[in-house]
Design a protein around this ligand. Sequence first.
Ligand code: HMG
Ligand code: MG
Length: 300
Amino acid sequence: MFILPEKIKIIEVGPRDGLQNESRHVQEDDKLAFIEALQNAGISEMELTSFVSPKWVPQMADAPTIVKKAKHIGRQFVLAPNAKGAELALEAGAQSIAVFVGVSNTFNQKNINRTTQESLEALDPVISTLKDKGIFVRACISTAFYCPYEGKMDPDAVVALCKRFVAMGADELSVADTIGRANPQESYELFKKLKEEIPGILLTAHFHDTRKMALANTFAALQAGIDRFDTSAGGLGGCPFAPGATGNVATEDVVNMLDTLGIETGVDVKKVCEAVALIAPHVSRPIETGMYRLFVNGQL
Ligand code: HMG
Ligand code: MG
């Protein structure tokens, strides 16, 4: 018998993960319209942007304006890789911050220019300061299954890294298949292990869809007891420092799957598609998710 919880929380990452890898420059107003349309679709947790070096990720250079101008409904995250990012995020008025570290040392160096250990040491006092200020801290764990440089990751190393973040005071762990290579069995096993070894923490699954297994992985994680999923409207996404990775699992396809299973998300598929229609003309890649295609063909 399948595990089918009554409710699932969708955390929309489109404005951040979806647009950080975009080759075209997306205007601030178009990002803000996308964010607002997603909120109107029922999204209550969202990654808005990243406070990272504009030299490394020029697409997120407008982060202060996005945070200042976007409505803050529910929990709206911004990413920060270090003390400088957290400082700038607080200055802009962010209330919830996501830090990010790779299980793989090589990936972490390519992404943040530090070893995993160096990042952890630098983030320890940052998280402590954020917690003192009452900020919600999410820790994103990249390359939790496979690394584009080092291959398969050891699940025990993932658990150890997650435990380290919990000890530092993180409120939530978002565990990611950065390059979209995990299969449903690996997803089930890792999330089951994390649920067992780190009970009581908010645990979120973050799947990329490179090999078209993200929806299957979502269902497998659901069977392991996960009830929080990072998804991206239009299936946009990808990390500029993870070669070969494509977009995240699409919000509209995940919500549709959950709707048909009778699981409540509070998110309206058609309105998510309307948000996708707003951003679609401003991005370079075609949007070909199942539900968006039906929407465009007038079949929704
Ligand atoms: P660095 O070059 O080592 O930085 O980059 P530094 O500490 O040597 O400082 C150099 C300059 O950058 C200094 O300025 C700093 O002030 C400035 P200068 O003195 O030369 O004028 N600086 C910053 N400016 C703005 N914001 C900051 C910041 N920090 C330093 N936060 C750094 C290190 C971390 C900054 C760089 O590597 C970086 O920005 N990386 C960002 C990588 C990124 O955004 N990756 C994508 C997000 S992660 C992801 O997508 C995965 C996820 O989706 C889960 C999954 O799927 O796996 C979350
Ligand atoms: Mg990602």
